[in-house]
Ligand binder design. Structure first.
Ligand SMILES: Nc1ncnc2c1ncn2[C@@H]1O[C@H](COP(=O)(O)OP(=O)(O)OP(=O)(O)O)[C@@H](O)[C@H]1O
Length: 219
């Protein structure tokens, strides 16, 4: 679990997109003419119109595999234009922002840095589908082997809204259950493919067993 958390920390970066949260599009009419104030955009009319033209060409499939260089003084709206273009291209077009200093490094080639950013952008669109078993733990039974060579055998009974089902569990799953401190009354999910266990909470009927706020608790 701790490894998993540290991995998450590694890949989490502070994105500087909040300052553009007002940008919802290029604010153009059907003839690509910029409206005065529209979709969070104001001014920069010729740049917005040019960006709209590029968006139209992309949507028509007339340009692909090309980059666009937007040049200008700091703070004049280059990132805002890029973000507006990604909005115009629809939800399927991810927006990923990087700064120049991330590309120029002694540790990594520019190609590698760019490849990572592209992978990240693609990753935004990948939805992971996992089949899971979810239910309240009724009982965990682990039979310890009598000899050192013997293998542990385990069974878990899960209660779902419809029924109770018993599953045989392997060593890895037994270790996970004990690491997470799973006991009867916990509501858990188990990923069918990898066997990853997650604790979702405690069942309502057993929730008072360890509830320190109730009057049942003695000193
Ligand atoms: N035409 C515009 N309409 C509304 N808001 C804008 C417009 N242009 C820029 N902004 C806003 O102004 C701020 C600065 O713009 P932005 O960060 O896009 O500039 P930049 O050219 O990318 O800057 P830098 O070169 O420093 O990266 C942002 O909050 C952006 O959303």
């Amino acid at each position: 679990m701790s490894n998993f958390l540290s991995e998450v920390k590694d890949i989490t970066r502070i994105e500087r997109t909040a300052m553009h949260s007002h940008i919802q599009g290029l604010g153009l009419d059907d003839f690509l003419e910029p409206r005065n104030v529209s979709q969070g955009m104001v001014g920069q009319k010729s740049a917005r119109k040019a960006a709209g033209l590029i968006v139209r060409l992309i949507k028509q499939g007339k340009i692909a595999g090309r980059g666009i260089l937007i040049a200008g003084q700091p703070g004049t709206g280059k990132t805002a234009l890029a973000m507006a273009m990604s909005h115009e291209l629809g939800e399927q077009t991810p927006f990923t922002s990087i700064s120049g200093s991330e590309l120029f490094s002694l540790e990594m080639s520019k190609t590698e840095a760019l490849t990572q950013v592209i992978r990240k952008s693609i990753g935004i669109r990948v939805k992971e589908m996992a089949e899971v078993l979810e239910g309240e733990v009724v009982e965990i039974r682990i039979e310890r082997p009598e000899s050192l060579e013997g293998v542990r055998k385990g069974k878990i009974t899960l209660k779902t809204t419809d029924m109770d089902s018993m599953y045989e569990i392997g060593n890895k799953m037994m270790d996970q259950l004990s690491e997470l401190g799973i006991t009867s009354g916990d509501v858990i999910s188990i990923q069918k493919a990898g066997g990853k266990v997650s604790k979702l909470g405690r069942s309502y009927s057993r929730s008072k067993d360890y509830d320190i706020l109730t009057s049942n608790v003695s000193d």
